[in-house]
Structure formats: structure tokens, C-alpha cells
Ligand binder design. Structure first.
Ligand code: FAD
Ligand code: NAG
Ligand code: NAG
Ligand code: NAG
Length: 390
């Protein structure tokens, strides 16, 4: 009997989880308030709480270290798994998946111990690559930006996605393989357990005959038996007291760039670019403002972001005087104190909920690793309770 899993959320985390659950043999429905659409028509005033359109999005490696929160070890494993799957997807769908492989460059003005551990702090030739990064190389000072404030740098092979091209590809793949989607706003994830078959299977989908996998409720309505619910609701749903947002302001420019470049400044600010590919230009960023709910982009911040980036990486100008602004972006990274919540929970009177939220600024780069963990936890739960009728 095919088990049904409902995924709440159609951001990068919900979509990736839904696809891997399908591959594991589950019948999957995605229930979400927001779905991917063309970035060009995405309205920030109505979609500010849907983070996936507003991401960069690139993969940068974040080195774990004993001096840093321990979830970074797990997260690094997730990012390596994501890299491997992005490589496969890009190879099988080079023109349609929205993925670009390119060099990632890191510049640091004041590297922390996690970076110094990579270079041994002294001799650039004594690199160990404990993180297993493909194409890793330390930069020599002659390759640093001209202003002289960068003291540590490296490059490696990495990937970027054009977020809405990529997410739309995932959604299309999911539906093409038989996945169902329901556009609905929920108050609590438990509500999913009480949706009717008609709700879950959608008006356009054939409703299977009552029998296996279904029961009949008191009101003579078909109810689909749900093996698990995945809570991939980003910043949504019932408040988790440890959830907040980290505001990010960035700016899309028309110019392309040959690398994704990230600079960590001594004052704690960030200067970076993320080439989107697929005629999406390049994202220039960006701010990281914990607990800031302001939805309006600031023109001064935009000016500063663009000038700092062109100073750091003048190559993007290709000899021109200035960058061509396409639009400003403000987004809310779903940030969780204690790191992303990737764990299952049996909700009394409802059923098994697998949480996959709080990905902060790393949702794309950890997505496939998180999705694999989701499948593993759902499988473990289903094996434990093979006959669960919820
Ligand atoms: C400026 C900026 C730059 C970024 N750059 C990068 C980057 O370079 N690399 C990277 O990896 N990440 C980056 N991120 C972070 C990344 O975008 C997020 O981590 C990721 O998009 C989170 O995805 P998600 O699926 O968890 O949440 P979301 O995309 O927010 O999706 C949540 C889903 O849940 C649904 N939902 C929520 N509440 C309800 C409800 N009550 N009922 C029904 N449905 C509901 C929503 O409709 C939506 O479908 C960046 C973010 C910002 C803002
Ligand atoms: C986004 O979420 C916040 C807090 O949860 C809410 O107050 C706001 O109305 C939401 N904005 C939109 C556009 O839905
Ligand atoms: C589901 O995720 C949201 C984050 O979007 C979180 O606030 C909420 O607590 C989670 N639901 C449950 C039942 O824990
Ligand atoms: C919030 O985070 C703290 C540690 O930062 C943790 O002890 C606590 O259990 C978390 N609360 C929830 C609801 O997850």
C-alpha cells in the first residue's frame, strides 16, 4: 500500500523533500500558501514571508570548528551532499534546472580560527583541505583586492542557482512524477491530518476508490491516511520561540560575473555577488540584520553595496563606469536560535511531523542534505509503526 506524505511548504526545502520522498516511493502532496513563479512578477509586498524567491543563491562553504556551534558539523555534511546532487542535476539538465557551476572566491579581512585552521595560519603552501572541498586553493596576497585590507583568501569549485528558475524546475519535476499540489494557508501543521481526500488530492486529480490508505469519517467523507507531515514552512505557522528573521537587502544588476565572490569585512559586514545565470543578472549583496522586519529597501544601502562590491571585484564592470540596476530585493532569512530544526515529533492526537525549518541564510546550500534527512526520518517512523492509522 502506498503511504501518503504531506509536505507543508513549497520553498526550496519543501520541494527538495517532496521529490526525494517520491523517489522513496511515497505518494506526496504539497500544501502551501506560496509556490514558485516567475521572479519578474513576484511582488515583495505580498510575498515577503516566502523566502525562496529572494535568496541569492550560491553555495559557500562554512567551515565547522570547535569554537563554533556544533550544528555546523551536520550542516557541512548537508552542504557536501547538496553539492553532489547539484552536480548530478546540472549534468542531466544543463539548460533547464537553473544551476550554474563556477568558481567561488572568499576574501576575509579578519579570518576567525575556523579559517586559520585551514591555512595553518602561516604558510599558504601548507594547505590541508579537511573540508573536502573540490577545486580548493588558497589565494596568494597578490590576488587579494587592491585596497589591502584582505588578509586571507581562497577559491573552490561551487554552484549558484537562479532561485525561481530552479524552484520552478523542482515543482514541475514533482508534478510530472505524479505529485499533487494544494494552495492553502494553514494555521497549524496538525490541520493537515484532518484535510479530506478531496482537499488533499485536488479537484483535478482522480480520487481513488475507498479502500487501502483511506478511511471514511463520521461525515461520510473520504479521509486519506497520512504517514507523515513534513513541516517545511520557513518562517510560517505556529510560533517557535526560537525563530526570528534575518533581513537581507540585495540588488539585482544586469551584468554577469565569472565567479561568486564573498568578502567578510572587519566590521562584520558582508560584500558579495551571486551570478544567477539564465538571464537573471547578478545579485549584489548584502545585509544580515537579525530581527529587522523592515520591508522597504534603502537607496543608501544599495549605493553602498554596489560601490563596495565594485571596489572588491572591479572585473564585474568589464570596463564600464557603473553597474546596471534591475531591482532591489529585501528578504527574510528564516533564522533559528540553535540552528535549523531537522527532527521528527509525534504530535498527540494527530501524527508524525518531521520538522525541516530554520535554514537561515543556507536553505539552498543545505537543501538536498536536509531532504535526505527528512526521508530517513520518515522511513524510520513508518518502519516503527507499519500499521499506524492516524
Ligand atoms: C537576501 C537573501 C540572500 C540569500 N542567499 C542565499 C544563498 O546565497 N544561499 C542559500 O543557500 N540561501 C540563501 N538565502 C536563504 C534561503 O533563501 C532560505 O534559507 C530558503 O529560501 C528557505 O527556504 P524554506 O523552504 O525553508 O522557506 P520558504 O522559501 O520561506 O518557504 C516556506 C513555504 O512554506 C509555506 N508556508 C509558510 N507558512 C504557511 C502556512 N501557514 N500555511 C501554508 N503554507 C505555509 C510558504 O508559502 C512557502 O511555500 C538567502 C536569503 C535571503 C533573504
Ligand atoms: C509576514 O509575516 C508577518 C509576521 O508573521 C505578518 O505580520 C505579516 O503580515 C506577513 N506579511 C505578509 C505580506 O503576508
Ligand atoms: C512548524 O514550523 C514553524 C516554522 O515555520 C514553527 O514555528 C512551528 O513551531 C512548527 N510546527 C510545529 C508544530 O512545531
Ligand atoms: C531554544 O533554544 C535553546 C538553546 O538555544 C534550547 O535550549 C531550547 O530548547 C530551544 N527551544 C525550542 C522550543 O526549541
Amino acid at each position: 500500500m502506498t503511504k501518503h506524505v504531506v509536505v507543508v511548504g513549497a520553498g526550496v526545502i519543501g520541494l527538495s523533500s517532496a521529490i526525494l520522498l517520491q523517489e522513496a516511493g511515497y505518494a506526496v502532496t504539497i500544501v502551501a500558501r506560496d509556490f514558485p513563479g516567475p521572479f519578474e512578477t513576484m511582488d515583495p509586498r505580498t510575498k515577503i514571508n516566502y523566502t525562496s524567491p529572494w535568496g541569492g543563491a550560491h553555495n559557500r562553504w562554512v567551515p565547522p570548528h570547535p569554537s563554533l556551534p556544533s550544528h555546523l558539523e551536520r550542516d557541512h555534511r548537508f552542504s557536501l551532499r547538496t553539492y553532489a546532487r547539484m552536480k548530478q542535476l546540472h549534468a542531466s539538465h544543463p539548460g533547464t534546472a537553473g544551476i550554474t557551476f563556477l568558481k567561488g572566491i572568499e576574501y576575509l579581512e579578519r579570518p576567525g580560527p575556523e579559517y586559520l585552521a585551514i591555512s595553518d595560519g602561516k604558510d599558504p603552501n601548507r594547505v590541508h583541505n579537511p573540508l573536502g572541498l573540490p577545486g580548493f586553493r588558497l589565494l596568494s596576497p597578490s590576488e587579494f583586492p587592491a585596497d589591502g585590507r584582505v588578509t586571507w583568501g581562497c577559491e573552490y569549485d561551487t554552484w549558484c542557482v537562479n532561485p525561481m528558475v530552479y524552484c520552478a524546475f523542482l515543482l514541475r519535476r514533482f508534478v510530472h512524477r505524479g505529485g499533487r499540489v494544494v494552495a492553502r494557508e494553514l494555521r497549524r501543521p496538525e490541520e493537515v491530518f484532518f484535510l479530506s481526500a478531496a482537499d488533499l488530492l485536488g479537484a483535478v486529480s482522480p480520487i481513488p476508490v475507498a479502500g487501502e490508505g483511506e478511511s471514511v469519517s463520521g461525515k461520510d467523507e473520504k479521509v486519506v491516511t497520512i504517514a507523515a507531515v513534513v513541516n517545511a514552512s520557513g518562517t510560517g505557522l505556529v510560533p517557535d520561540p526560537n525563530m526570528t528573521v534575518t533581513r537581507g537587502q540585495t540588488c539585482v544588476v544586469a551584468e554577469d560575473c565569472d565567479a561568486t565572490v564573498t568578502r567578510q569585512n572587519a566590521d562584520g559586514s558582508w560584500t558579495f555577488c551571486v551570478p544567477r545565470g539564465f538571464e537573471g543578472g547578478t545579485v549584489i549583496g548584502g545585509t544580515k540584520e537579525l530581527n529587522n522586519w523592515d520591508t522597504k529597501p534603502s537607496p543608501e544601502v544599495r549605493r553602498e553595496l554596489l560601490s563596495k562590491f565594485t571596489e572588491t571585484y572591479p572585473k564585474i564592470l568589464a570596463g564600464k563606469g557603473e553597474l546596471t540596476v534591475v531591482r532591489d530585493i529585501v528578504g527574510r532569512r528564516p533564522t533559528r536560535d540553535g540552528g535549523p530544526r531537522i527532527e521528527g515529533e509525534v504530535m498527540p492526537g494527530a501524527g508524525f511531523v518531521m520538522h525541516a525549518y530554520g535554514l537561515g541564510g543556507r536553505g539552498y546550500e543545505l537543501s538536498w542534505g536536509v531532504a535526505e534527512a527528512v526521508v530517513e526520518a520518515v522511513e524510520t517512523h513508518v518502519r516503527k509503526e507499519p500499521e499506524a492509522r492516524l
